[in-house]
Write a protein that binds this ligand. Structure first.
Ligand code: BDP
Length: 344
């Protein structure tokens, strides 16, 4: 309070900033000697939390850990980011809400979950808009992909980098050999409105629910099926209870590593640069781990006796979900045109 009377000096202002950040869940326990402007090992000391839904050995978690390690290294331990895997800090929807408030500083989430908070991210839930992962990454790495990531600022978050998530496929407790077999099934979806329309277009009934509830819902018959990529199908053990997988590749829904905008705005420019660069530098590790884990999970579910149906002709699938594209074509006109441009 003594500072207040005299007016807040540099040290006072930074100490106050630290207190604000500490109230947001981060800790500032060392008064900086240069006003926090230089980054590196000089500036406020922080301990932040990063929420991750997947277990410790999952490729996104390994990406998060690489990110945290790079930030720590480049600030000589001044900024520490503790990764909390396995949804310890909550399911994605509630984590995003807390990140918006600044109560959790960082998270890695699916763009499928982000769509409910920022409409522009809904584009990734549109079916069959990318030919393959290379097409997706050409878009993500483009100016338009970066612009989309930056649009998160309007939703009180700051997107740092995209991570890989492959293609999503349907799986069920009942046999699915062709698109018609989905008719009448109750299918869990990531909580956004495009997914609801997608499942309805397939003649099935959509059940939005948190990822962590899917296993028991499959087991007890609350739902008949769900959809995800190989790594999630495997690591969540959904393959234990829903033993029919069809490789329809209906969506490619990338992941995002992000920071609360409330927290971001209080960091020095030098710290922002370190954090942003470390996020981008962690992408290579996440992609490498993704490729390994995707292979490993495919082999593991095969070995577990899952019935896997290949889709040799995607046309009947694309035709069935065309009403979804028709419904959203105008709303996503501009971004769909960019995506089209990166086809080859
Ligand atoms: C996985 C994503 C995870 C989502 C989950 C889901 O990595 O972030 O929570 O799908 O379906 O692929 O909700």
């Amino acid at each position: 309070m003594r500072f207040m009377k005299k007016g807040i000096g540099t040290i006072g202002a930074v100490a106050l900033l630290g207190t604000i950040l500490a109230a947001c869940g981060g800790g500032a326990d060392k008064a900086p000697d240069n006003g926090g402007a230089a980054g590196g090992d000089s500036g406020p000391k922080y301990t932040f939390r990063l929420a991750e839904t997947h277990p410790g050995d999952y490729p996104t978690t390994l990406g998060d850990k690489k990110f945290a390690e790079l930030v720590k290294e480049r600030t000589n331990g001044r900024i520490q980011i503790d990764v909390f895997p396995s949804a310890q800090l909550g399911e994605e929807k509630s984590v995003i809400e807390q990140v918006q408030l600044g109560a959790i500083e960082f998270t890695r989430v699916s763009t499928g979950a982000l769509a409910a908070f920022n409409n522009q991210f809904g584009v990734f839930s549109l079916p069959y808009i990318f030919d393959n992962d290379d097409h997706l990454w050409r878009f993500l790495d483009s100016n338009e992909g970066t612009k989309l990531l930056d649009s998160l600022e309007s939703s009180r978050m700051k997107g740092l980098a995209y991570y890989s998530s492959g293609a999503r496929h349907f799986y069920a407790t009942k046999p699915i050999k062709k698109v018609e077999d989905l008719k009448g099934l109750k299918i869990r979806v990531q909580q956004n409105k495009i997914n609801m329309d997608l499942i309805t277009a397939l003649g099935a009934s959509p059940t939005p629910m948190a990822y962590g509830e899917v296993y028991s819902s499959l087991q007890t018959g609350v739902i008949d099926g769900a959809e995800n990529n190989y790594p999630s199908y495997y690591s969540s053990k959904h393959y234990d209870v829903a033993k029919n997988l069809i490789l329809d590749q209906h969506q490619r829904v990338p992941e995002v590593l992000l920071i609360s905008k409330t927290v971001w705005d209080k960091l020095s420019q030098a710290d922002k640069d370190i954090i942003k660069q470390a996020a981008l530098d962690s992408v290579a590790t996440q992609k490498e781990e993704w490729a390994k884990y995707e292979k490993k999970s495919e082999e593991a579910v095969k070995a577990a006796g899952v019935t896997i149906t290949e889709v040799t002709d995607p046309k009947p699938w694309q035709a069935a979900v065309k009403p979804v594209i028709d419904k959203y074509r105008n709303e996503y006109k501009e971004v769909l045109e960019s995506i089209e441009k990166y086809k080859q």
